[in-house]
Design a protein around this ligand. Structure first.
Ligand SMILES: Nc1ncnc2c1ncn2[C@@H]1O[C@H](COP(=O)(O)OP(=O)(O)OP(=O)(O)O)[C@@H](O)[C@H]1O
Length: 346
């Protein structure tokens, strides 16, 4: 097998567990075959993905060569094209800033935080849109009381976003007949749908586009980083998961793809008994601080586990709008800290 043939075969090799090939993800930097030995340099976005891709290539081509040398391109180089993420496309030129909110695992309150942060930004006078990219659990319409809306098109054939609480809202959930239709999409379909939501939605000019990302560090996160210049990443976690590998991976992924980190939000952080006012640190305290220190990122705030947050959110009444002043203050403070942590274009 010569260099050209190997490059073609590598570009066609699927990324393990994803529906996209190494070529589509632009993960191959250089390939060289001399005699019967091959050298391959990868542009992977993290150590995890390097090891995953390396082992997939070894399995596929080990028998073809006497030596197979697979390396990872050093990242601290001026000309590094980091799988396109260092010089991403810009599918959302209408947005001055893009904030990606993610978490290591599902169910930590990432969507609740995304929605309330988006609204808190709008309350400061910014023009804000939220894109619900969590294709596997699109909660934003329910949280913003827009879940009964159907998709609408304007005369220019663009999708009209829903609007409520001062923000524009687009969610993959709006494309399904009922809010509980399961979205069993393969990730490539999900990715093209999201690109359509970036390009074909009449967002107008935005100061901030907040993206509620799916949990984890998969194909959608990678594609978003390739297709958008993300101004800031926000990681949401709970105290139970603070020390988990999933959270570390989510932080490292943003750092690896050169997304500036706004910081960490610790949600369901502690519990204040409504009758006595006593604060209980059910899962211990200081986890978020330690994690933020370890990765050298700010701890943007801690939000308690609170029944009014749960009830309000699930009824489409965001606490930052309809909660009491204490509830409002959690999200407002996080927004202030976020605006200090990253140099946004505003
Ligand atoms: N601080 C909080 N106190 C109490 N309940 C909360 C808090 N934050 C979120 N919740 C509740 O936790 C549940 C999960 O929240 P949410 O849907 O925002 O999580 P998620 O991480 O986006 O989940 P998924 O990954 O499934 O999309 C919801 O019922 C929400 O109302």
């Amino acid at each position: 097998m010569n260099t050209k043939k190997l490059l073609e075969a590598l570009n066609a090799l699927p990324y393990p567990g994803l529906s996209r090939t190494l070529g589509e993800l632009k993960l191959i930097s250089t390939v060289k075959v001399v005699d019967n030995s091959a050298s391959i340099e990868l542009l992977t976005v993290s150590d995890d993905s390097y090891l995953t891709v390396k082992s997939a290539i070894e399995t596929a081509f080990e028998k073809e060569f006497t030596a197979l040398n697979i390396t990872k391109k050093a990242l601290v180089q001026k000309d590094t094209n980091y799988g396109n993420s260092a010089a991403p496309n810009n599918r959302a030129p209408y947005a001055a800033n893009v904030i990606a909110v993610t978490s290591g695992k599902g169910g930590v309150g990432k969507s609740t935080v995304s929605v309330n942060l988006a609204i808190a930004l709008a309350q400061k006078g910014y023009r804000v849109g939220i894109l619900d990219a969590d294709v596997y659990g699109p909660n934003v319409p329910r949280l913003t009381n827009t879940d009964l809306e159907k998709i609408k098109w304007n005369d220019d054939n663009q999708i009209v976003p829903s609007e409520n609480y001062g923000i524009k809202i687009m969610s993959v959930a709006l494309t399904t007949p009922t809010s509980d239709t399961p979205l069993v999409w393969r990730s490539s379909v999900a990715v093209s749908a999201l690109i359509q939501f970036l390009e074909d939605v009449a967002w107008g000019e935005l100061d901030f586009l907040v993206i509620d990302m799916p949990p984890g560090t998969g194909d959608i996160q990678l594609t978003m980083a390739q297709e958008l210049p993300i101004s800031a990443g926000v990681i949401v976690t709970t105290p139970q998961l603070v020390a988990s590998d999933d959270v570390s991976r989510a932080i490292r992924m943003f750092q690896d793809i050169h997304v500036p980190m706004a910081g960490l939000v610790e949600n369901m952080s502690y519990f204040v008994a409504p009758d006595t006012g006593t604060r209980y640190n059910i899962f211990g305290s200081g986890g978020g601080e330690r994690l933020a220190e370890r990765y050298n990122i700010p701890l943007l705030g801690q939000i308690p586990l609170n029944m009014d947050i749960r009830e309000g959110s699930d009824n489409g009444e965001p606490p930052v709008v309809l909660g009491n002043n204490t509830l409002k203050s959690y999200y407002k403070e996080i927004v202030e800290n976020m605006l200090k942590a990253v140099k946004f274009k505003v």
